[in-house]
Structures are given as structure tokens and as C-alpha cells.
Write a protein that binds this ligand. Structure first.
Ligand code: TXA
Ligand code: MG
Length: 320
């Protein structure tokens, strides 16, 4: 439970240019005043994040979008009516006064209204836009609990609001509406099919193998990675383990080999995509802290509701 008194203290810290970790329905964010360049610079320093990776501006609702975007296409409004507040980030052409440090010098700005009640209360109390990247150090797994924020950022953050475990568990879907072609730059639990159903036309999904200039910085291959070497596998792979790969952990949602190696710990994941997403980062973070040589993860179903999860799993393996 977060008290109004704590929200007010957090808002005061933000007005003074400080950093507050805040729960959202996706992951915890590292919030700062989006109109204060020194505060935004502190966010990059705390995360050890390169300035080429721009920040999402968080708003209470769509009525604030015009303060940040100079063009608001009808489709942005339609999508916000259905999905805001919620895990959908919209990329729009920015107004000239939006800080370069927030947008990475690009002509666009990323906007999202989170639906977590603590994030909403903080935005209301603060009264303006808050940048809030995931509250982890660069390339690491996003935090989905206050304890995970503490272990990622420690005293680099002035205050952590504890809103419990994040409901969705994966970062928001990022949709680029700044050019004629609608493109998903980062898949999330709001799917291209759901978006297409609202606007009545198809949406392109960007893939890792697209040319660098059209990729979202979030598609960086080092994102979301544990320290332990991680592999996406089918159960049969566990029959051919080498000594160097042991001990290992196996995260499965479906199949477990009848004879599991004594040095492989099996951890059951939910078979339902939403429940799997909700747990994934906490499980990865916990297993990464054990002394395993490998984190093996069973490949997930080739179905649309698993697309965002598969994207993060591929990235978790991408470090090696
Ligand atoms: O669910 C979320 O979106 C969480 C919560 C805290 O709201 N935030 C989050 O922020 O994931 P962050 O900074 O970790 O990821 C934002 C992604 C980055 O990959 C960034 O490069 C991309 O959004 N991004 C931001 N502004 C952009 C822009 N103008 N054009 C393209 N990509 C942009
Ligand atoms: Mg992030």
C-alpha cells in the first residue's frame, strides 16, 4: 500500500529534479521530470544508459498528448480511447520544445499513460509529464518488484514507491505513428491484431533483422539479458549436456524429459501466456542469482499471444 503522503513526497522529489522509482502495470519505471534536462540526465547516469536510447514520456491521459506531440493522427486518438491508460506507447511527431535529451534528438516523442494506480496517483500529484524508462541498469532485466529496483539501482534513486508485483510483467508495446506506415517497434502484450482491429488496417511488426536505421533502440540485441548464459531449447537438448553446462536450470511450461539430469533443476512456468509474462522477469532474475552455468528455457508456442514473450526470450539469449 502506498499512502498519499508518500505520493506527495515523491512528487516533491520530482519537482526538485530527483529520481523516483514507480510501479507501472508493465514494469517499474525510473521517473523524472520530463521538462527538466538535469533530471533527465540523471536518469541516463543512474541507468548507465547511452543517450542514443530515448525515453518514454508518461502522461495521466490523452488530453495531455497535445503538450508533447505536434500532430495527433485520428488513429492515435482511437487507440488511446481503447488502450489508455494501459501498456501501449505511441510514437508521434514531437513539439519543438520537447527536450533533445528525452527524444535522443529525434523528431518524434514516445508517449504512454500507465494504468497502475500508483503511477496514476504520482502523475496526478506531479501534474506533468514524467520520463520513466525501466528502472534497471542498461541491458539488464527490467524490474517487476520494488526489491528488484533496489538491487538494480540502490541509492542511485531518491525514493522507491512499492506497488507490489507488476501485473503485465513485460514492457509496453511501442507503436510508431509518426510516418504513414504503422510499425510496432517493440512487441508487448497488446498485440498487432488488437491494434489492427481498432484502426481497421494492418500494422507492420519490426524484426531484429531489419536494417539498423529503422530499428527501435529497444531492439538492441543486448537488452533484457541475464548474466548467466541463456538458451532457448526443446526438451531433447537436455539429453546432450556437457559438464561445462552444469549445473543448469530448465524453465519449462509444457514438456519435461522423463529422465532429467541430476544437475538440472526444473522450474515450472505457467502454460498461459499472460501468466507466463507476469512471472518471467522475476524468475529470470532469481535464477540468474543462483550459481547455474546455464539457464535453459523451453521454446514457447508459435502463437500470437506468445510473440512479445518470445521476443524477450530471444533477447535474453542474445548476449552470447
Ligand atoms: O512499459 C514500458 O514502456 C516501461 C514502463 C516503465 O513504462 N518503460 C520502458 O522504457 O520500457 P524504456 O526506456 O526501458 O524503453 C523505452 C523504449 C526504448 O527502447 C527507447 O529506445 C524507445 O522506447 N523509444 C523512446 N522514444 C522513442 C522514439 N522517439 N522513437 C523510437 N523509439 C523510442
Ligand atoms: Mg528498458
Amino acid at each position: 500500500m502506498v499512502l498519499q503522503e508518500e505520493i506527495n513526497r515523491a512528487a516533491a522529489i520530482l519537482h526538485d529534479g530527483g529520481l523516483v522509482a514507480v510501479p507501472t502495470e508493465t514494469v517499474y519505471g525510473l521517473a523524472a521530470d520530463a521538462r527538466n534536462p538535469q533530471a533527465a540526465a540523471r536518469v541516463f547516469a543512474a541507468k548507465e544508459r547511452p543517450h542514443s536510447h530515448p525515453l518514454i514520456v508518461h502522461l495521466t491521459d490523452f488530453s495531455q498528448a497535445a503538450e508533447w506531440a505536434r500532430e495527433i493522427p485520428a488513429e492515435a486518438r482511437q487507440l488511446a480511447e481503447v488502450f489508455w491508460p494501459g501498456p501501449l506507447t505511441l510514437i508521434l511527431k514531437k513539439r519543438p520544445e520537447v527536450l533533445d535529451i528525452v527524444t535522443g534528438g529525434q523528431d518524434t516523442v514516445a508517449l504512454r499513460a500507465p494504468r497502475h494506480p500508483v503511477a496514476q496517483a504520482l502523475l496526478q500529484a506531479f501534474g506533468g509529464g514524467l520520463v520513466a524508462p525501466s528502472a534497471n541498469r542498461f541491458t539488464r532485466i527490467s524490474p517487476t518488484t520494488a526489491a528488484a529496483v533496489q538491487s538494480e539501482l540502490g541509492d542511485r534513486v531518491d525514493m522507491i514507491l512499492d506497488g507490489g508485483a507488476c501485473e503485465v510483467g513485460l514492457e509496453s508495446t511501442i507503436l510508431d505513428l509518426s510516418s504513414g506506415q504503422l510499425r510496432i517497434l517493440r512487441p508487448g502484450m497488446i498485440s498487432p491484431q488488437q491494434i489492427a482491429a481498432v484502426i481497421g488496417r494492418d500494422v507492420q511488426v519490426m524484426r531484429q533483422d531489419f536494417p539498423a536505421e529503422v530499428r527501435a533502440p529497444g531492439m538492441h540485441h543486448l537488452h533484457y539479458a541475464p548474466e548467466t548464459r541463456t538458451e532457448l531449447i526443446s526438451a531433447a537438448r537436455l539429453q546432450i549436456l556437457t559438464a561445462a553446462e552444469l549445473p543448469a536450470v530448465y524453465l519449462y511450461h509444457h514438456e519435461i524429459p522423463s529422465e532429467l539430469h541430476a544437475q538440472v533443476t526444473a522450474v515450472k512456468m505457467p502454460a498461459n501466456a499472460a501468466a507466463y509474462a507476469h512471472e518471467l522477469y522475476a524468475v529470470l532474475r532469481a535464477q540468474d542469482q543462483q550459481q547455474f552455468q546455464r539457464i535453459f528455457i523451453e521454446t514457447v508456442p508459435d502463437a500470437p499471444e506468445w510473440d512479445a514473450i518470445r521476443d524477450r526470450l530471444i533477447k535474453a539469449c542474445g548476449k552470447f
